[in-house]
Design a protein around this ligand. Sequence first.
Ligand SMILES: Cc1cc2nc3c(=O)[nH]c(=O)nc-3n(C[C@H](O)[C@H](O)[C@H](O)COP(=O)(O)O)c2cc1C
Length: 312
Amino acid sequence: MQRRPGLRREGDIVVELAGLKLKNPVLVASGTFGYGKEFADYLDLNKLGGLITKSVSLKAKEGNPPPRIVETPSGMINSIGLQNEGLEAFIKNAIPFLAKLEIPVIVNIAGDTIEEYAELAKQLGKEKTVKGLEVNISCPNVKKGGMAFGIDPTATKEVISAVRKATTLPIIAKLSPNVTDITLTAKAAENAGANAISLINTVVGMAIDIETRRSRIGRPTGGLSGPAIRPIAVRMVYEASKAVKIPVIGIGGIMTGSDAIEFFIAGASAVEVGTANFVDTAAPLRILKEINDYLAKHEIGDHHELIGTFKE
Ligand SMILES: Cc1cc2nc3c(=O)[nH]c(=O)nc-3n(C[C@H](O)[C@H](O)[C@H](O)COP(=O)(O)O)c2cc1C
């Protein structure tokens, strides 16, 4: 197909997001891509729109008992429980590799308390490799903190305000789908100073072994991800993007370029690829190529022309 004058070439889409300049709108979702190094042999990390790290907490976390992942129809349930080595080890062990990347590195932070979120933001603000923070107020797999902050608009506002005071870095508030009205937490995050919101984190789910009558993971409940949650995510991106002025990043079961396009039409400015990384280690770049193929086929200059164009 002939390209229209001005039609961008593959990988050329430039996205201004929350004060960050991304080469393209495809990022990788927290917890599904390690700290980048783990995937360096499988794809050129510098071709990603941005890298979001696994959640980092102030102190090391052991995570939940195994098994931590189980397959379910069109998805999976996980109960990792934010296992990580803590901030100090992250700075010592992960930052040197991340520092060599040419793409924006966004660190996902998770605290047990508001003070911990603020401290994480303050410490990470001193690291020049860190270009932004994604604030995880939506993890369903921890007893303290996590989703508790993301299902209550007042708590959402308190956490994001504290992080806002602690840093000048761009802040992306990662919202929970485990609410009745996503616009309330979306607006709370915006009012508290978030530069963007990302959604959705996993949906609380259960899978029971009918022989033992026990959970198929190490805890009774876990977080459902993958294509099974995509229609919920698309709906929530649609609702949230109409409620706020800041950009919305869509997450949830994005396996192909067509899935990403659906999110753009619903109102997302960019997308994060999660569970797809477990199925296809090169998924984010394949998805980027498929987005570009769609744009070329439809003679669309870049994905901005699609954002929020859903017809009622
Ligand atoms: C194994 C696993 C670990 C995850 N760990 C984190 C995490 O540490 N922090 C976080 O904010 N989200 C975490 N998530 C949620 C994903 O980033 C994403 O929001 C969710 O899985 C929905 O997207 P998907 O359907 O494309 O996977 C995790 C998801 C999975 C499957």
